[in-house]
Ligand binder design. Structure first.
Ligand SMILES: Nc1ncnc2c1ncn2[C@@H]1O[C@H](COP(=O)(O)OP(=O)(O)OP(=O)(O)O)[C@@H](O)[C@H]1O
Length: 349
């Protein structure tokens, strides 16, 4: 276990009705590296929370602090209402933590691994067998339950790993890059599984580098850069900050007269306060930050003006666009394309 410097008692109080409540958390390693510099996080019970950031941003350090493996140098953390500093045992009993490195014993079968986990987490003996059966079904390893894990693929090992952190039915699980290195099919199965446990009410705190999945799965996201949260919000809110979507309208008759007639009709409509309309070779392009309303307005204007349309294409911003812009070209979890320092930005809380 790595050791972080321990500091003075926390100066702040944090609410205890959240699954995760971190306030002004700093973590400085013994060599002076300030890996986490003033992080605030609140995750509600049942939430699916995504924690993203480029390599070395401090995600793993933060997660290890939340799960009591490191002490914050400054600041305070409550997990399920328990203080990580004064009640670490209660915190550990109420969480599951899957580290980046697998913690399963490759010499053992899935059933044996789960039995060991049940013992470790103090699952009552009478409940073990049924609980293990259900977990093996949930992670789709029932067919291979008698095989040693060393014969498993990376995806099967990850699924078994995820099952072992759930034997004590923790209300919150922390998953650090659970699908890195897996092929798309294996990744899909791990995501399905994580989604299922969240559907059953488990709070999920996930670090991942797969932004499409983060967009699909997470209720809210935080972006960590250089030890600080620089953006947070729902995936939709974050995408909205990336600015504009672009609607390309291809007209059957793209003469100047026809394009001007339609552009005037579009500009006159009320949804167009936040949109710009420009002429293109094929017809028109509309840039807007309010894509839902504006698409409807475009349709209405096209119909009213009886304009012939041969194509309509909507290009919406993705989380990749958002984070690529925010991190100055370094992708969250990616290999990094620039080492430049980036200015902290706040994208709505
Ligand atoms: N035990 C340690 N001692 C000193 N510095 C460390 C230690 N562990 C991590 N660091 C440093 O702390 C910073 C944050 O590292 P951390 O592993 O938390 O980032 P991360 O966002 O999880 O990165 P990755 O996505 O690559 O896992 C980095 O500069 C790293 O080199």
């Amino acid at each position: 276990m790595a050791h972080a410097q321990t500091g003075s008692r926390h100066e702040h109080t944090v609410p205890d009705d959240l699954a995760v409540a971190a306030e002004n958390v700093h973590v400085t390693y013994d060599d002076g590296t300030e890996a986490v510099r003033g992080v605030d996080l609140s995750v509600a019970e049942g939430e699916f929370f995504g924690f993203l950031g480029p390599n070395g941003a401090g995600k793993t350090t933060t997660v290890r602090t939340l799960v009591t493996l490191l002490h914050p140098t400054r600041g305070s953390v409550r997990i399920n209402g328990y203080d990580t500093r004064t009640e670490p045992q209660a915190v550990r009993e109420s969480i599951g933590y899957m580290a980046q490195e697998t913690s399963i014993d490759l010499e053992l079968t899935p059933r044996e691994n789960l039995r060991v986990a049940c013992e470790m987490y103090g699952v009552p003996a009478a409940q073990r067998s049924e609980r293990i059966d259900r977990l093996l079904d949930l992670v789709d390893l029932r067919d291979v339950e008698a095989r040693r894990a060393e014969t498993f693929s990376g995806g099967m090992r990850k699924r078994l790993d995820t099952a072992t952190v759930l034997v004590h039915r923790p209300p919150v699980v922390f998953l650090d890059e659970p699908t890195t290195g897996l092929d798309p099919e294996a990744r899909r199965r791990v995501w399905d599984y994580i989604e299922r446990i969240n559907d059953r009410g488990t709070t999920v705190f996930l670090t991942t580098q797969y932004l499409e999945e983060a967009d699909r799965l997470c209720d809210r996201l935080a972006l960590l850069e250089d030890g600080q949260v620089t953006a947070r919000g729902t995936p939709d809110a974050l995408k909205a900050t990336a600015g504009t979507a672009r609607l390309a309208v291809e007209l059957a008759d793209a003469t100047d007269r026809e394009r001007r007639r339609l552009a005037d009709a579009l500009r006159a409509s009320s949804a167009f306060e936040a949109a710009t309309v420009e002429r293109t070779a094929e017809g028109l392009a509309v840039e807007t930050s309010d894509v839902d309303d504006v698409v409807q307005e475009v349709f209405a204007a096209l119909c009213d003006a009886s304009v012939g349309v041969t194509g309509l294409d909507v290009g919406e911003p993705t989380l990749d666009d958002v984070f690529f812009a925010l991190t100055d070209g370094r992708e969250p979890g990616g290999d990094g394309r620039s080492d430049d320092a980036v200015a902290p930005m706040e994208a709505g809380r």
